[in-house]
Design a protein around this ligand. Sequence first.
Ligand code: F6P
Length: 341
Amino acid sequence: MRIGVLTAGGDCPGLNAVIRSVVHRAVAHHGDEVIGFQDGYRGLLDGQYRTLDLDAVGGILASGGTILGSSRLERDRLRSACERAGDMVGEFGIDALIPIGGEGTLTAARMLSDAGLPVVGVPKTIDNDISSTDRTFGFDTAVGVATEAMDRLKTTAESHQRVMVVEVMGRHAGWIALESGMAAGAHGICLPERPFDPADLVTMVEERFARGKKFAVICVAEGAHPLDGTMNYGKGDIDQYGHERFQGIGTALAYELERRLGKEAKPVILGHVQRGGVPTAYDRVLATRFGWHAVEAAHRGDFGRMTALRGTDIVMVPLAEAVTELKRVPVDRMDEAESVF
Ligand code: F6P
């Protein structure tokens, strides 16, 4: 069998572990040939690929990023890829394509699958917002980075009696903010799923200071929004990949709190540091299992589906099911987090 693999969308720790696992299972166990397309779907469209043998994936298990490179695909290029989907199978002689990516990549995978490409998807995103899988690899690493950052910020905040507003990634789903905020014992957590009132945060900080606690850490997801009319904060426009451009909620909220409280409030934007560097052991294991199961699915002809974690098992789920709606933080998880503020 000849298997094509590519990584697309925002990178995330664990991508190399999937690539390594695909190559090991396919080449060493099945005697397959594996080719890796360069820079996501762009490599598939432009015919940029290289053979991946066991040597090519040596020593990459613990490395961040992706040895194949990644890119986001513009919508018009995706449409033209779908028109050529049938031809591409013959062009590259591939019997299966394994795209590893987030919601955008898996939506494209579904469209390519519908257009005739034999596709087995592997979900990834630090945001953990893909439906149908309990976890995506990369998330555990990102939560660890954000938690460590807040642990560190607490000590400096306390020394200077400051409020720290820590902005973490998460456009439409606040999983990173929820879990890192809980793990770090943040005093406030703002999620895209529930608009917040800055007045509540002001009250929380004032009550803490009244009790003799001279600092506060607030964890805010980049996609969090204030309740309408509570603070000056606009909605961003949409970029060429269909994503909202954010206006910098961390910075806006820190300035707002400083103004209302008359205390120093500092914004800390963690940004892409959450996506870089070595994956945790958990993410390496999940990524390795996804790679193994994707190859097995290809050999069974189980196309148009993706690997998913359900409990402790890896199962195959239809791509269609995975991309119809994002997995967002449910109300009961928000209630749990609030009870420990
Ligand atoms: O989807 C993953 C993600 O890391 C989001 O959390 C974040 O908003 C986005 O990607 C950033 O993307 P880019 O790499 O284009 O800045």
